[in-house]
Each structure stands twice: as C-alpha cells, then as structure tokens.
Design a binder for this molecule. Sequence first.
Ligand code: PNS
Length: 163
Amino acid sequence: MPKLAIYPGSFDPVTNGHVDIIVRGLKIFDHIIVCILNNPAKKVLFTVEERMDMLASSLNGLKNIEIASFDGLLVDYAVQRQANAILRGMRAVSDFEYEFQMALMNRRLNRNIQTVFLMTGLRWIFTSSSIIKEAARFGGNINGMVPKIVQRNLKQKFSTPDT
Ligand code: PNS
C-alpha cells in the first residue's frame, strides 16, 4: 500500500522552510497531500485560494504532491483521504509544546493516525510565516526565505492602501 501523508498547516504564506519539509517528506512518503486547514488561533493575511495558488506555484515540478484545503478536523480529513500519517516540521524548542499538544490531541481523536516530525533544516530554523509577514509589512528584505511568488504577493499586499 502506498505511504500517504497529510502535511497540514495554515501556509499563510508558504515559506522555504515548508518547501524543505515537503521535499524531505517525499523521501519517506510515496505521496503527500499539502492541506490548508483553519487554525482558529491565527488571523490570516491571504485567502485560501491565494494560499493554494502560492503553494501550487512553489511546488511546481515536484511529483507525488497534491494541494488541498479542508474545513474541519485534520484527523477527519486524514480518514477521508485514507492517509495514516500527519507530517509536521519542528523548529526550535519553542515549537515543541504546541506540536506535542496537537499530536497528542490528534492521537486521542484517532489512534490510527501517526504524527511524524521532521526537524527543520538549520537554515530555516528562525523562519516562520508570521515573522516573514512582519518583516515584509515594514519593508524588510525577505529574499531567499520564501518562494519568489510569495515575495511578490507579500509586496503587493503591503503596498495596497487597504492593508
Ligand atoms: O501552520 P499551523 O497554523 O501551525 O497549522 C496548524 C493546523 C492548521 C494544522 C491546526 O490548527 C489544525 O489541524 N487545524 C484543524 C483543526 C484541528 O484538527 N485541530 C487539531 C486538533 S483539535
């Protein structure tokens, strides 16, 4: 049976750290579904469609990848797609508590789905969508931290008068 994983997240927007996890995840899994889910704790900048477009463009050329979105519980989506693994990246110790809590909750909700963590590549250890948005909002240089399309879209978002 092919090994299928869901790589869930807000992806608001996708960063090079996310892309790195996907590329490395493909060495473990036969197929990865990159799925945008709702994180109620976050206020998002991009619509789901914008985030999906940026993912598609950033992952263009990668095989065995699918981009999706789902409104609901992650484990329900995993069951729906017959995936038995959730892939997550882990940066520093600061990520641990949140990731541990989420992995245990997901396990409690469905014991058949395993969360697999990959340590973020050293060069992406300090990058996050939030910190990149903050830097971009104030005109900081985010070159090399996000795919080109994301860089362009962030510039556009923050140059319009209504943001
Ligand atoms: O990139 P993020 O914001 O850290 O990703 C978090 C996300 C979207 C994966 C998480 O909030 C999520 O799974 N949301 C869907 C609802 C859910 O199943 N929550 C976890 C168990 S309560």
